[in-house]
Design a protein around this ligand. Structure first.
Ligand code: HEM
Length: 508
């Protein structure tokens, strides 16, 4: 028995040293311990509630790139980066090697084959068709009039109502409704009117929220576990299935109504070169000889197209606007400077409306600054096809996951300077007063390379119009005592919204 006991003692001492070194040794400036078998998952779970700021520390302490190890065989290993050189390499120079990949499509399966989830030839067809439609005069007219009327007949009356009542309102909810109505009109031509004084709950919007939450949980659970929950119809997966059914039902309604509308007004529409047109109409009438992989006769294709567009355009703009107004409440000097710029710019709605908005250089800088600190899409996920070496020297194996950390990128001192954490719109303005250009792989909020956001112009116009309208006509006070923090999610929203009170201004 003696030799057995000795072996036992030896194993016990060995285990003690291993676990002691993991438990009590400072993890070499890496902030995450790599445990045997379970990898860094336990430490990640401990910091999950503050994961955004954690990635800032992690990447700043690791020369902007860090290799995360998940539990063995859980498929959770990933390379995190906020290095602009790596980002440029992944999103532009070696674009063809970095795809969304089957893992992404799996997690985002409710969105089917829309532009956000697809790769390769199908994505190229979708991208080209979107570009042609979005740049067409018919859509541009439609988009301009939609933005203007939602502001005038939707947002302003609602803000007036809350100003009269004097009751607190969640500004994030208001912006979410405003952008939901706008993107739904742009894509389907129908107005869900979620931005009404009654503030009713829209089932489509609710389903999108449930899916957003479910997708987040799919990112932090091992794949086999959420697949099992999905199969059992359990927890978040049950909600995802219900949301999916809502998407199918509501989209089918929009699609059949649109097909009827086109059929009934065929003669008129064919001759209506000067008219404005929503995207669903354009997709149904698509010239498929140019886009061989797109099939507008298939309702599933149209369903996925509607969903992808709403996913891309709703919460992103609402999140950016909410953080922007909160940052203004924290930085009254910036608010005053924007108001002065508005006074000194002729903003009468005219043919030159867009040119006039473009003159608001400081406002533009303030919006970019808000999105630098609070990028609406805080993480980007890519999968490598072949093995590769990044400019930082890190090796990326074939079929491995790379996470681009946009939130951390916007706060890296080595990228933005010692004042990186401060809200300073001035950093966007040159000495001669013109806008300072920052490369998209450094200011990544609208993505970079061939998959750059297609709605950037619409979003910037919409945000400027809303900012001008509100800053000219209202005073916003943020209700005191709220904890402002980002929610862990696909979009960087505020966890508990932004409660404000609003009052009418007599003059600017
Ligand atoms: C402040 C508002 C917005 C921000 C910050 C933003 C940001 C982004 C980002 C980061 C991506 C890349 C996503 C990825 O590849 O995973 C993206 C893609 C896209 N965005 Fe936006 N977006 C905004 C508003 C909009 C709006 C209003 C629309 C539509 C009207 C839109 C349409 C799209 C589309 C269609 C794509 C897919 C492009 C592709 O994969 O080729 N976005 N956007």
């Amino acid at each position: 028995m003696a030799p057995v006991s000795l072996v036992g003692v030896f194993i016990a001492i060995f285990c003690f040293f291993i676990f002691h070194s993991f438990l009590f040794k400072k993890p070499h400036n890496r902030l995450l311990r790599n445990w045997p078998i379970i990898g860094m998952l336990p430490d990640l779970i401990l910091v999950l509630h503050r994961v955004y700021n954690f990635t800032v520390d992690l990447l700043e302490n690791n020369n902007l790139t860090f290799s995360f190890k998940g539990p063995w065989f859980a498929g959770m290993d990933m390379l995190l980066t906020a290095d602009p050189a790596n980002i440029h390499h992944i999103l532009s120079s070696n674009f063809s090697n970095y795809i969304k990949g089957p893992g992404f499509q799996d997690v985002f399966d409710v969105f089917g084959n829309g532009i956000i989830t697809t790769d390769s030839e199908l994505w190229k067809n979708l991208r080209k068709s979107y570009q042609a439609m979005l740049h067409h005069q018919r859509f541009q007219r439609f988009s301009e009039s939609t933005l203007a009327s939602k502001l005038k007949d939707g947002l302003i009356p609602l803000l007036d109502h809350f100003a009269e009542e004097g009751t607190p309102v969640d500004l994030q909810d208001v912006f979410g409704r405003y952008t939901f109505d706008t993107v739904l009109i742009l894509i389907t031509g129908s107005d869900p009117k979620s931005l009404s004084i009654e503030m009713h709950e829209d089932e489509f919007a609710k389903a999108l929220d449930d899916v957003g939450e479910g997708i987040l949980y799919r990112h932090v659970k091992p794949r086999f576990l959420w697949k099992l929950h999905n199969w059992m119809g359990f927890g978040h997966e049950k909600k995802m299935a219900q949301a999916n059914a809502t998407f199918d039902r509501v989209c089918a309604k929009y699609i059949s109504a649109k097909r009827d509308e086109i059929r009934k007004s065929q003669g008129i529409i064919e001759n209506s070169d000067g008219e404005s047109e929503d995207l669903l109409t354009s997709f149904i009438k698509l010239d498929t000889t140019m886009y061989k992989l797109l099939n507008p006769r298939d309702d599933k294709f149209l369903r996925d197209t509607i969903l992808a567009f709403i996913l891309a355009g709703r919460d992103t703009t609402a999140s950016a606007l909410t953080w922007f107004f909160w940052l203004l409440s924290e930085n009254p000097q910036v608010l005053t400077t924007i108001r002065q710029e508005i006074i000194h710019t002729n903003l009468a709605r005219s043919r030159d409306h867009q040119d006039n908005l473009d003159k608001l250089v400081y406002l533009h800088g303030a919006l970019c600054e808000a999105m630098r600190l609070y990028p609406p899409v805080a993480f980007g996920r890519k999968s490598s096809i072949k093995s590769d070496v990044l400019p930082s020297g890190h090796v990326v194996d074939a079929n491995s996951k790379v996470i681009i950390c946009l939130y951390a990128l916007g706060r890296m001192r080595i990228v933005w300077g010692e004042d990186a954490m401060q809200f300073k719109p001035e950093r966007w303005i040159c000495e001669d007063g013109r806008l300072k250009h920052e490369p998209s792989f450094k200011f990544l909020s609208f993505n970079s390379g061939p998959r750059t956001c297609l709605g950037k112009h619409i979003a910037m116009t919409q945000m400027k119009e809303v900012a001008v309208e509100i800053l000219q006509n209202y005073d916003i006070k943020v209700v005191k005592g709220q904890k402002i923090e980002p929610v862990l999610g696909f979009i960087l929203s505020m966890k508990d919204g932004l409660k404000i009170t609003i009052s009418k201004r007599c003059s600017v």
